[in-house]
Design a protein around this ligand. Sequence first.
Ligand code: BES
Ligand code: MN
Ligand code: ZN
Length: 497
Amino acid sequence: MTHPVEIQFTPIATEQLAAHQGRIAVLVSPGVAPKLGLPKSTRDAVRRAMESAEGQKLKPGQALELSYPAGIEAEAIQLVALPARSTVQQARKAGAAIGARLGKVHTLVVAGNHKQAGDVALGLALRGYDFSIYHTESSDDGGETAASAAEKPRVTFMAKDPEALAKAAKDGAAVAEGVFFTRDLVNEPANILTTSDFADRLKAMEELGLTVEVLDEPELEKLGMRALLGVGQGSESPSKVVVMQWNGGKKGDAPLALVGKGVVFDTGGISIKPAAGMEEMTMDMGGAGVVAGVMRTLALRRAKANVVGLVGLVENMPDGRAQRPGDIVKSMKGDTIEVINTDAEGRLVLADVLWYAQQRFEPAAVIDLATLTGAVIIALGHDNAGVFANDDALAGDVLKAAGAEGEGAWRLPLGPGYDKLIKSRLADIKNTGGRPAGSITAAQFLQRFIRKDQPWAHIDIAGVALPPSATDLAPKGATGWGVMTLNRLVRDKFEKG
Ligand code: BES
Ligand code: MN
Ligand code: ZN
């Protein structure tokens, strides 16, 4: 597990500021000279920087850097614009500007009595994340990113009221830990994060008070999950379903069920994918990763809600025993499925886990997350996840939570008209509908495994789980998209009191 930034909170100490040899970041309200109790030459340098053309143009969340400022020991002062009345998003972006520049040197952040400092700390932590466990000392940039625990970046937040700030940052820390758990899982290569390793990492969360069960192949066989098992049958790694329960709510209250696609590697199977870019399919467990990260956050902050997370863990490999195009499998629900393309495997996994989740838990709502289709990237790119729902209220809640957290989400339609595209000559349904509306036919396929009157939303995160470049709050690599959205959804819609 990578343990990114360590953040401490202390009162403002002028001598420490003047003697600090690392970096200093200062939150500044545009137009207001920061009162730092620093030598006059330093204050003059800061003032001139703020009055410069560049300083005048700073938008909330943007930063300006002064190297080797006069009068003090610091390497650099980063002036981060944050008006006293800023939004959550602006405060996180301001923190991210600091997080993006963290080296292994000790950074002091001077927050004064800034109200949004908790969100600044969260933004800093999220952007300061660095998955470098596979860089050894011998790589060129090993000096910057080597993963030894002693070298992880240290940050001290100086504020007028450090205790209040530490308290405000506590929920943020639970969120950051959940996001990091997701990012680590998504960033891990498939030779390390096998289905068994994944299940072990989830089982270890019992430590936090979650109840975690691992269902192995014989049990899945008994349950009749032939759709899921068919996907994994070409792999040396055994297929598994992991059930994580957090019961922080009223006893007997129907839970929210979160279901995740956990394909630890997707070669496409016999319908094999082209070589170029196939290495990215280590992220095809992204939905399961988000479910795991949310469960971690809920447990860490002792959420007063009942939430169950279920993930289907499989590996999609070509092999002598692998599933073939044309195979017909029977799902746990009982419906038969003609497998036209073994690369449309996610929906086969989810069909069985969704059905199991509803049968066993009778949830108040079901939300599944999956890196399900390339087509959603064609439709929405990397800025928005695709949201599908059979329930307008649930869809609205998801979109609202995503908007509040600054995670892009856009609703796409379902409709019975699309069903004709996935009608099969030989079975009840087939697993692909051709090129038109590829993300919708996938969602429409899943809907067949949702019971009547069951509120359900499906979120296709293929474009947002591992975008091609850094985002506001994540370095290049896994984003953990969805942990913050679902955590907020639980808080706003499922927690009592
Ligand atoms: N895991 C992929 C979808 C995907 C593509 C995720 C790109 C992230 C980035 C999924 O299993 C898949 O292969 N889908 C096929 C479906 C098709 C065969 C109907 C696709 O999107 O091409
Ligand atoms: Mn696939
Ligand atoms: Zn896949």
